[in-house]
Design a protein around this ligand. Structure first.
Ligand code: ADP
Length: 481
């Protein structure tokens, strides 16, 4: 069962109020009882003191205790109060009993100054005082506690009626206050419900009071902004991806249609058509692989196979395989300054990073130019540099080229890719805790720098030993080398 926050608030508040009111009511009854009793006791004490004074005077005048007691009885007569004068043995000499039966009185010599007794029908508060001036006598003053108890019962009944009423009132007030306090939350929920992918610009209304609800509203709006940006970039990505995929598909389709349109073609024509189809399908495959890789990178789902990687080894492998391409383009591919440094990373990905950079450098450098690759420690990092004497990249395009599907118009006809090589290279650098940047160089070409965290050979081996993932991968790397 679900219940609203205000219902829960009201419930807990009412429970708390109930406990407080019960404790308060019990406290009031206790205080009232103590107060009434102490009032009655001081009343009885006053009567006993007055009786004692009169008795002393009468004894002094007559010298006879019994006569003095009788005389005192006529003088001291308080309505609703019992007064009795007893001799030293506890025998009554004179009294206004007023309902109190003497047989219920304990022996005065054994009685405490104040006590409460019951005669079966009423309870009595009794006070006893010993008169020590002259002959020994006991003065007893008493009062039925009926009146006090009636008052207490009246108060208890009043509290019994008032407590539920107060509870009901406080619950109603709490419900009202909670409803008012939570109304903005309900409003926000209604506004949030109305926001759909068709109204991406809609936001929650915030009143700028900087209170908690205002903060929630702002935080929600910021989440919406991030989601909108992600949605827009995903839509752009989808549009760009389908555009890139459409071109090779339509070339394949056209090659097939043209070839099939006429019968009896010779082998050379079929070969030419099939080689176009093979080129375009391998381009398609490259694009799909790249897209898949970026999609996995975006969701953090690309599995890194980490191990200790010698960057000189990576460079050597890359240069060896790219040599053929360089020769084909008439570009000199050279290795510059080299330092034997290592990093922890995914060797295949690092190789891919370097391949992408060298491939671009060769592609965008005219015949007769050169491409130099170097590995140098730099500020606690290792800088993998790929520098060419090619066409260069304008300052405006230098940041753009790391975005997906971006190809600079001036070099578009030389590009065989879909503008995904550099975004992938940058992701590889960043996923290894590094950076990938580009600068213009003095030869008018471009210099790409991949800066990666450096690991000394010594400590790197130690890391590889303690890192279970690296340890698992290490033998395979050693076997490979
Ligand atoms: P592509 O597959 O088109 O090469 P990239 O993402 O690798 O895609 O590169 C994006 C764009 O950056 C290229 O189209 C090109 O215009 C530019 N570019 C990349 N490397 C170089 C370079 N070394 N010299 C000049 N332009 C470059």
């Amino acid at each position: 069962m679900t219940s609203s926050i205000r219902a829960r608030l009201t419930f807990w508040y009412t429970m708390m109020m109930c406990a407080v009111l019960i404790v308060f009511a019990l406290g009031v009854l206790w205080v009232q009882q103590r107060f009434s009793r102490s009032q009655l006791d001081s009343d009885l004490d006053g009567i006993a003191a007055a009786t004692s004074r009169v008795l002393r005077t009468e004894v002094a005048a007559s010298g006879d205790l019994a006569a003095a007691a009788r005389e005192t009885r006529t003088v001291v007569d308080v309505p609703g109060r019992s007064v009795a004068i007893l001799d030293g043995t506890g025998r009554p000499l004179a009294a206004h009993w007023r309902g109190l039966h003497p047989s219920y009185l304990p022996k005065p010599s054994t009685m405490p100054a104040f006590t409460t007794i019951s005669d079966g029908r009423h309870r009595w508060r009794v006070h006893v005082v010993k008169n020590t001036t002259g002959p020994v006598a006991w003065i007893v003053s008493a009062a039925a506690t009926d009146e006090v108890e009636r008052e207490r019962k009246l108060l208890a009944r009043a509290l019994l009626v008032a407590t539920p009423f107060a509870l009901f009132l406080s619950a109603a007030v709490c419900w009202w206050v909670a409803s008012r306090a939570l109304r903005p939350v309900t409003d926000m929920a209604i506004q949030a419900e109305a926001i759909t992918s068709r109204t991406p610009d809609a936001r929650l209304r915030v009143d700028g009071t900087a209170d908690e609800l205002d903060q929630v509203g702002r935080a929600f709006n910021r989440v919406l902004e991030r989601l909108c940006a992600a949605l827009a970039s995903q839509q752009r990505f989808m549009a760009d991806a389908s555009h890139e995929l459409r071109t090779p598909i339509s070339i394949v389709r056209t090659a097939a249609d043209v070839t099939l349109a006429r019968q009896g073609r010779d082998e050379a024509e079929y070969r030419e058509a099939l080689s176009i189809i093979a080129d375009q399908t391998s381009r398609l495959r490259r694009i799909v692989d790249d897209l898949f890789m970026l999609a996995r990178a975006d969701t953090g789902g690309y599995p890194l196979r980490q191990s200790l990687v010698s960057l000189v080894d990576v460079l050597t492998d890359s240069v060896t395989s790219m040599k053929v391409l360089a020769v084909r383009h008439g570009v000199a591919l050279r290795v510059g300054a080299i330092s034997d440094v290592a990093t922890i990373g995914d060797e295949t990905l690092l190789r891919r990073l370097l391949d992408n950079l060298i491939d671009n450098a060769i592609k965008y450098t005219p015949a007769g130019g050169s491409v130099v690759i170097s590995v140098q420690p730099n500020d606690g990092n290792v800088a993998l540099a790929v520098e060419d004497t090619g066409c260069g990249i304008s300052a405006a395009d230098r940041q753009r080229i790391f975005e997906r599907f971006v190809r600079v118009d001036a070099t578009r006809e030389r590009s065989t890719g879909a503008g995904l090589g550099l975004p992938i290279a940058r992701w590889i650098a960043e996923t290894h805790g590094g950076t990938l940047t580009v600068e213009a160089n003095a030869a008018g070409g471009s210099s790409f720098f991949a800066r990666l965290p450096i690991v000394e050979r010594q400590s790197a081996r130690w890391i590889a030993d303690v890192d279970p993932l690296s340890r698992r991968l290490q033998p395979s790397r050693e076997q490979a080398s």
